[in-house]
Write a protein that binds this ligand. Structure first.
Ligand SMILES: Cc1ncc(COP(=O)(O)O)c(C=O)c1O
Length: 466
C-alpha cells in the first residue's frame, strides 16, 4: 500500500472497510450495512458536502441535525481555534478563561432579560443542568420545597441521556430504555394539524395551553418545579405553537411558581428567522438551554442560561454548616473549554456581520412559499415552518390524514438523496408518525439553492408515488 505522508491522506477502500469493521453509527440499524455501504462525508464548503466516493450533495440539514449555521469551510473559525489552542488549550471550568467570559457576555447581550451562563458540551447536558437546578432548588429553597417534578410536552425531544429521555415525548425514542426517572410529567402537544382536542385554530380556546393547568392540578401544583418546552418542536415534526400559546403557558407557570425552561438547542442562533425561537412569542423564560448552533458545531458546546432569581437560590453561606452544600455542585470536564468558546465567538461574529438572521427570515419565507407549491401533490398533507426551518407531512389521504407507510417514507428519502440533496425526517420517533420531512439548511442559503432542494423533492415525490 502506498505510504501516506499526511495523516489527512487516506485510502478510500481502507476507510470504507474500516467504517464497517469499527464504527457503530448513531441511530442506524446496522444490518443494512451487510448489503450497503455507509456514506462517509469528507469535505464541505458552503452548503455543499462531498463523500468519500467523490459524490457531491446539497445539504439541506446543516450537518444532519440542523446545527452548522454558518456553512462549511469557514477558515476564520479554524484559525481562531488554532490560535487559542496554541495559547491556552484547557483548564477546568472551576476557573475562568477569556473566551468563556467574552462569549457569556455575548449571550447575555442577546438575552437581555437573563443573567448568568453555565457552559457544558451538548444539548442533553444543558437540559440535565436545568433539571438539576430545579431539583436542587426544591431542596434548598424553603419557598420551593417539594417542587421537584418537571413537566414536558408530548412530541418534544430534550436529549439522549436517561434524564432527558425521561423528559421526552417520543415513544419510539424511549422504547426499551426505561425505567425512566421519577418526577417527569407529560402534557399534550400543541400541533394544530393533529389537534389533541380535535379543535381548529380560530374557533378554539387554545385548549392545548389552557389544559396544562389541569395536568398541574392533577399532579399537585406544589410538587411541580419546572416545565420544559421547545419554542418550535424540531425532531417531533416542526410544530409551531400559535401566538397565544406561550403567553398562556407562562401565565399558568407563574401562577404556580413553576420555572419555564425554553430549550433553544435547535431554534437558537437564527434558525427560525429571529435570533431565538421564543422571540416569535411574548414570553420570558426563567431558564434557557442551547447547543448545536452555538459554535455552528465546529466545536461541541452548550449552555444553560438563567435569571438572577434562579442563580441567587444557590448563593449559600459556606460558613453555615447546614447550608454548606447548597451551591450548584455540578461539573463537566469539557464544559466551557477555550476552543469551543472561541469557535462560538467567531461563528456568532459571522452570523452578525453577514446578517444571517435576516437571511434566515428572508430565505425562510421563500423556502416556505416554494414548499407550499408541493401541495399540488395529494400526498403532501401539511406544509409548515418558520424561517429556515420547515416540514412537509406526508399522508395517503388528506381528509383522514392517514400517514404514508414507513416503507414509502424510506423510499421517498432515498429518492431525494438520488437527486444529490440531503433532507431530514422524523426518524424512529413515533408509532405511525415518522412521516415528516424536514429542512434546515445553513443560514447562508440562496434562492437558487432553495429551488434545487424543492425541485429534488418534487422529483422524488413523483418517482415514489406515481
Ligand atoms: C430540542 C433539542 N434539545 C436537546 C437536544 C439534545 O442535544 P444533543 O444531541 O446535543 O445532546 C436535541 C438534539 O437534537 C434537540 O433537538
Amino acid at each position: 500500500m502506498e505510504e501516506k505522508t499526511n495523516w489527512l491522506d487516506y485510502d478510500v477502500e481502507e476507510m470504507v472497510a474500516g467504517d464497517k469493521e469499527s464504527l457503530w453509527h448513531h441511530l442506524k440499524p446496522h444490518k443494512v450495512f451487510e448489503s450497503q455501504e455507509q456514506m462517509i462525508i469528507v469535505e464541505g464548503k458552503g452548503l455543499m458536502v462531498k463523500d468519500i466516493r467523490g459524490r457531491e450533495f446539497l445539504d439541506a440539514t446543516s450537518g444532519g441535525v440542523w446545527s452548522v449555521m454558518v456553512g462549511y469551510g469557514r477558515d476564520s473559525i479554524a484559525d481562531a481555534v488554532c490560535a487559542q489552542l496554541k495559547k491556552m488549550p484547557y483548564f477546568a471550568g472551576v476557573f475562568g478563561n477569556i473566551p468563556a467570559i467574552k462569549f457569556a457576555q455575548k449571550l447575555l447581550e442577546k438575552l437581555p432579560r437573563m443573567d448568568k451562563v453555565y457552559f457544558s458540551n451538548s444539548g442533553s447536558e444543558a437540559n440535565e443542568k436545568a433539571f438539576k437546578i430545579i431539583r436542587q432548588a426544591s431542596r434548598i429553597d424553603p419557598a420551593r420545597k417539594g417542587k421537584y417534578k418537571i413537566m414536558y410536552r408530548d412530541r418534544d425531544y430534550h436529549g439522549t441521556t436517561i434524564g432527558t429521555m425521561s423528559a421526552t415525548g417520543q415513544a419510539q425514542r424511549k422504547q426499551d430504555y426505561g425505567p425512566f426517572v421519577e418526577g417527569f410529567v407529560e402534557f399534550p402537544h400543541c400541533a394544530c394539524y393533529r389537534c389533541p382536542y380535535g379543535k381548529t385554530y380560530g374557533s378554539c380556546d387554545i385548549e392545548c395551553a389552557r389544559k396544562v393547568e389541569d395536568v398541574i392540578l392533577k399532579e399537585g401544583a406544589d410538587t411541580i418545579g419546572g416545565l420544559i418546552v421547545e419554542p418550535i418542536t424540531a425532531g417531533g415534526g416542526i410544530l409551531k405553537p400559535v401566538p397565544e400559546y406561550y403567553p398562556i403557558l407562562q401565565e399558568i407557570c407563574q401562577k404556580y411558581d413553576i420555572w419555564m425552561i425554553m430549550d433553544e438547542v435547535v431554534c437558537g442562533f437564527g434558525r427560525t428567522g429571529t435570533f431565538w425561537g421564543h422571540d416569535h412569542y411574548d414570553v420570558d423564560p426563567d431558564i434557557i438551554t442551547m447547543a448545536k448552533g452555538l459554535a455552528s458545531s465546529y466545536e461541541a458546546l452548550s449552555a444553560t442560561v438563567v435569571k438572577q432569581k434562579v442563580f441567587d437560590t444557590f448563593l449559600n453561606d459556606p460558613s453555615d454548616s447546614e447550608k454548606r452544600l447548597n451551591y450548584f455542585r455540578d461539573i463537566s470536564t469539557y464544559g466551557g473549554c477555550t476552543s469551543a468558546l472561541t469557535a462560538a465567538l467567531e461563528s456568532t461574529r459571522i452570523i452578525e456581520d453577514e446578517n444571517l438572521v435576516e437571511n434566515s427570515a428572508k430565505m425562510g419565507a421563500y423556502l416556505n412559499e416554494q414548499l407550499e407549491t408541493l401541495k399540488k401533490y395529494d400526498v403532501v398533507g401539511d406544509v409548515r415552518g418558520q424561517g429556515l426551518f420547515a416540514g412537509l407531512e406526508f399522508v395517503t389521504n388528506r381528509t383522514t390524514k392517514e400517514p404514508i407507510s414507513e416503507e414509502q417514507m424510506a423510499q421517498l428519502m432515498g429518492n431525494v438523496m438520488a437527486e444529490n440533496v440531503i433532507v431530514g425526517r422524523t426518524n424512529s420517533s413515533f408509532d405511525g408518525l415518522n412521516n415528516i420531512m424536514n429542512f434546515a439548511p445553513c443560514l447562508i442559503i440562496t434562492k437558487e439553492q432553495i429551488d434545487t432542494i424543492v425541485a429534488a423533492v418534487a422529483t422524488a415525490i413523483e418517482k415514489t408515488f406515481s
